[in-house]
Design a protein around this ligand. Sequence first.
Ligand code: CA
Length: 456
Amino acid sequence: MRTGLIILAAWLLAPAALLCAAAAPAARPNILVILADDLGYADVGFHGCKDIPTPNLDRLARSGVRCTGGYVTHPFCSPTRAGLLAGRCQQRFGHENNPAWLPESTVAGLPLSQTTLPQVLRTAGYRTGCVGKWHLGAHPQFHPNRRGFDEYFGLRGGGHIYTPGAKGSVEYLIPMDRNGQPEPLTEYLTTVLAREGAAFVRRQRDRPWFLYLAFNAPHTPLQITDSLRERVRHITDETRRGYAGLVVGLDDAVGVVMDALRESGQVHNTLVFFLSDNGGPVSVTHSDNAPLRGAKGQVFEGGIRVPFVVSWPGRLPQGKDYAQPVSSLDIFATAVALTDTKVPAGHALEGTNILPYLTGERTGTPRDRLFWRTGGGATYAVREGDWKLVGGAKGEIQLFNLAADIGESRDLAAQQPDVLTRLRQAYADWNKDNVAPLFQSPQPNQSKAAKKAKAK
Ligand code: CA
């Protein structure tokens, strides 16, 4: 009787969110977002890669839906992350460039006006964690712990050395950050991030959780361990070999985290997204975006279409392909729909809950159009159905039909004036709600000059 009363009292005192979670676990799954950095479209086994083994990513793909038309909102690092975590096109709020590492700047970072996905999930009782690359501002006001994450461990800049003791720019040598406290890097970085991600997964017990696990692999520098090098020694091109080692390290890390999920019995209660933040920088890392045209930095498909997997065994089909366009914007919208949480008025989400499309409950396409813009309009693109418009500030414009020409090699602008006009107008309409970039990306010359000055 007494025990019963205590249990009843504990039940009544428990937070409402906990009760909901206990009542309907499958309706409020954990959400795990695994982000790769600069991973080429063709550089995973599940897209046919032959020279880089990615068994863990392939297993993840088989356990869910492979979205072959998966896009990010920008062809490079920081804006994509801003769009993903805000659930809105980042051009709406001026986050269109990479912030320089400027701890004194209250401008160069994800604007505080934006509500983040972890902030929203927290109101639904979720425990929120971020492990890995932040790249959304160096000022303390932009710290992950102040943007909705209960826990943070990782690299706060745009990249980092992997090997302890290696040389690098100031930004790449910043100590790891654990909830605002510096920690030295004492082990190979991807290994450390895997362990931290797995530890987060294992230590959650009573509440649903959200983990944003943002690896910096396989972004440069091409630093790999001897054992990774051994596993990619069949690759003769030295640059690609280094890159491949980073991809294998990433794949191992995903395996470690997915093992933690399996071993803690959470596979059927966890919705997993895996994607890259942009396409491969082909000339830099000899990554491969085939059959897509272009690379990181460009609004051709190679810059913005990425490996994209959604897995939730028991709720989503397994081993299925989904070809309609989906976007990194859909992660926020899907999470909100699943958890039945409210987003503050004025924070207009621009994604779609894609689960009904992935299960087949809904047919058709999750959206009519997708848009991209870089550098305040220096380049832009629109996708509508199979049509893709690619334009630039100097008036250059091209039109492709992706169904017939995935490699964007045949410009149909002259043959399809009506489509061209319609897509141009659609872009102009979308662009009306955008603002000018709030900050500029650091110039390579500037950082070189800063390095030189420091060396003197
Ligand atoms: Ca990137």
